[in-house]
Design a protein around this ligand. Structure first.
Ligand code: MCA
Ligand code: AMP
Length: 503
């Protein structure tokens, strides 16, 4: 039975004894072993009542088994819904309920906190630990190591990834088999991935970058991954020699630059360093080349669209640009108001169309319609210019979004929370330059009727309600927010006022 994603990424590896995952502790997992794990997990999902099209959510630490749940979902035809491990139970509840999840898989440590969530959402709950333990792992252990892949078509959903909305409400981006497969094919080709590659993988696997860009590209090319639990500079230095390529968010590169071990001797054998998810400063690009002799290849993507542009593998990798549209991606830069294309070199909003672009937001047909033009182009909300050679330079965002260490934070979500606190009349949340994370979150609040607001009390009040990475690192109390003549808060004025907060 056809299942295009399984047929391209997984089926060729049944019986493939080459190394797929090489772990920090020295253990190697072959493709064949990973395929048996995925089949056992697929049987365990089926035994838990998961049918093709059902959503399976995973909030678990990075491990071969966690990646195995993704593979199992593709195999069993389920829709994979990965969740940031930093999300609080309240945040998880929204995703699980909104998506109508059939099975929620979490670390044993969060089982007690998530049991009421699963109950409320009428979802089954199983556990999976980073050491391979847990109730899902136990169930899988006794299952057959083969599974006849469920029949799926190119337009069927493979994954549901939540991205926060400008209204503060998260939206589930529906990604089809073909969205994922077409992008993996384009990237393998563009970046020349082969079975000889070993990718240094220190990213989380709950976002497009570490999951689809890194893992799907590796699976399609048949190469391996040095699969590290997270970004630890000692691990990165220790395992660099075993790798040929690396993918990271800009923080990976600024941390490498801050560490003298990462020099030509350590990195000289590498074939390719790739950066994305957030702007890489041209300065970082140049400093990295000066230190290592390597020109980072920067690319640009989005959860809704997978990867859209890339600097060339051969040819000029221009610092400060995200390169040219990938083959198969139609990209135009338009006037945000009229939708008319702007002349080369002028700033407009990026719109894209292609097999890579998602099917829409889960259960939000109106929101989906608003974000597409009638001719099928998706409005990204990123502001950019394109030069005569087709190189795109991102200059800002029309959407109110902060990107901290590669994680997206929507100010509206934090503002709603601050506004609820006693004594707060109104608030504004902004991103300002941060030496490590690119942008850092700052809150600005106005007291109600002269209330005596304290930064510490406010920070304490929101701790625990939202993921730590979203919480402002500083909150300033002011008499009033700067507004334009239309009454709109001037966030640019605030960003300028607080630009030196993180030094
Ligand atoms: C961790 N912390 C953060 C972040 N990460 N704070 C703000 N922003 C962050 N990104 C906080 C923790 O809450 C904690 O706070 C403290 O930093 C240390 O936590 P730890 O986990 O040790 O941090 P770390 O290991 O140093 O993590 C930093 C990191 C990580 C390596 C940059 O955030 C990361 O791996 N980011 C990659 C995100 C990613 O994959 N994005 C791709 C999205 P405290 O100590 O105060 O409690 S996909 C995408 O964007 C599109 C499609 C694309 O184009 O790729
Ligand atoms: P996400 O919603 O997590 O998929 O984040 C997508 C957003 O990240 C894009 O809309 C851009 O604003 C930003 N982004 C991704 N890659 C880059 C890049 N190379 N340079 C600048 N911004 C980027």
């Amino acid at each position: 039975m056809p299942n295009p994603l399984y047929d391209a990424l997984f089926r060729p590896h049944e019986g493939n004894e080459a190394v797929f995952l090489s772990l920090k502790d020295g253990r190697d997992i072959s493709y064949a072993e990973f395929m048996r794990l995925a089949a056992r997990l697929a049987n365990a999902l089926a035994a838990s009542g998961v049918q093709p099209g059902d959503r399976v959510a995973l909030q678990a630490r990075k491990s071969p088994e966690a990646l195995g749940v993704y593979a199992a979902c593709v195999t069993a035809g389920a829709v994979f819904l990965p969740l940031n491990t930093a999300y609080t139970p309240a945040e998880v509840e929204y995703f699980v309920t909104d998506a109508g999840v059939k099975l929620l898989v979490c670390d044993s440590a969060s089982r007690a906190a998530l049991e009421p969530v699963a109950q409320k959402a009428e979802s089954a709950l199983l556990t999976l630990d980073a050491d391979g333990g847990g109730t899902l792992a136990d169930l899988a252990r006794n299952q057959p190591a083969g599974f006849a892949a469920a029949e799926r078509g190119p337009d069927d959903l493979a994954a549901l990834l939540y991205t926060s909305g400008t209204t503060g409400r998260s939206k589930g981006a529906m990604l089809t088999q073909d969205n994922l497969l077409s992008n993996a094919e384009a990237l393998v080709d563009a970046w020349r991935f082969t079975a000889a590659d070993m990718l240094l993988h220190a990213l989380p696997i709950f976002h497009t970058h570490g999951l689809f860009v890194a893992s799907n590209v590796t699976l399609l090319a048949g190469g391996g991954m040095v699969f590290l639990p997270g970004l630890d500079m000692d691990d990165l230095a220790a395992h660099m020699r075993r790798a040929t390529t690396m993918m990271g968010v800009p923080t990976f590169y600024t941390r490498m630059l801050a560490d003298p071990r990462f020099d030509r001797a350590l990195t000289g054998h590498m074939r390719l360093f790739i950066s994305g998810s957030a702007p890489l400063l041209a300065e970082t690009h140049r400093d990295f080349e000066a230190r290592t002799g390597q020109r980072i290849l920067e690319r640009y993507g989005m959860t809704e669209t997978n990867m859209n542009t890339s600097n060339p593998y051969k040819g000029e990798r221009r610092a400060g640009t995200v390169g040219q549209p990938l083959p198969g991606v139609a990209l135009r830069i338009v006037d945000p108001e009229t939708g008319a294309p702007v002349p080369p070199g002028e700033v407009g909003i990026i719109e894209v169309k292609g097999r890579n672009v998602f099917k829409g937001y889960w259960n939000m047909p109106e929101k989906t319609a608003q974000e597409f033009r009638t001719d099928g182009f998706f409005i990204t909300g990123d502001l950019a210019t394109m030069d005569a050679d087709g190189y795109v330079t991102i200059v800002g965002r029309a959407k109110d979004l902060i990107i901290s260490g590669g994680y997206n934070i929507y100010p509206k979500e934090i503002e709603l929370l601050l506004d609820e606190q006693p004594g707060v009349a109104e608030s504004a949340v902004i991103g300002v330059p941060h030496p490590d994370m690119g942008e850092g979150v700052v809150g600005v609040v106005v007291p109600r009727n002269g209330a005596d607001l304290s930064e510490t009390v406010l920070l304490g009040a929101i701790a625990g309600t939202i993921a730590r990475f979203k919480q402002p690192r500083r909150i300033f109390v002011v008499d009033e927010l700067p507004r334009n003549t239309m009454g709109k808060v001037q966030k640019n004025v605030l960003r300028d006022r607080y630009k030196d907060t993180f030094g």
